[in-house]
Design a protein around this ligand. Structure first.
Ligand SMILES: [Ca+2]
Ligand SMILES: [Ca+2]
Length: 109
């Protein structure tokens, strides 16, 4: 009788434990959600050939392009203004176009 009672209690305990819902935090449990988004847009007017942004196109801009080609770091170098021929890379041809503009042989557009 006692052994039968122990078996019944053990079985009831197994059923009770199996019936406990699993509320542990983990995957799929969302406690809070917060999203903050700030967008800052800076619009810069680029004058092709004016690589230092001083408002004029001169030999300093051509020199800056050449320095860029040989990887000399510069404080004020606007790379977007250096690709004068708009071929996707800054090279000596861009410096040459700046020099041609300076002496009046070719106009940078
Ligand atoms: Ca300039
Ligand atoms: Ca170029």
């Amino acid at each position: 009788m006692r052994k039968k009672l122990q078996t019944i209690l053990a079985t009831a305990l197994v059923i009770a434990v199996a019936a406990i819902p699993a509320f542990a935090e983990g995957t799929g449990i969302v406690t809070s959600t917060s999203t903050t988004m700030t967008t800052t847009t800076t619009v810069v007017n680029v004058v092709m050939g004016d690589t230092d942004g001083n408002g004029t196109i001169n030999t300093d801009d051509a020199l800056a392009i050449l320095k860029s080609v040989v990887k000399i770091e510069q404080d004020a170098f606007i790379e977007a203004a250096a690709d004068v021929d708009k071929n996707g890379k800054v090279d000596v041809d861009d410096a040459l176009k700046v020099l041609k503009h300076v002496v009046g042989l070719e106009k940078i557009q």
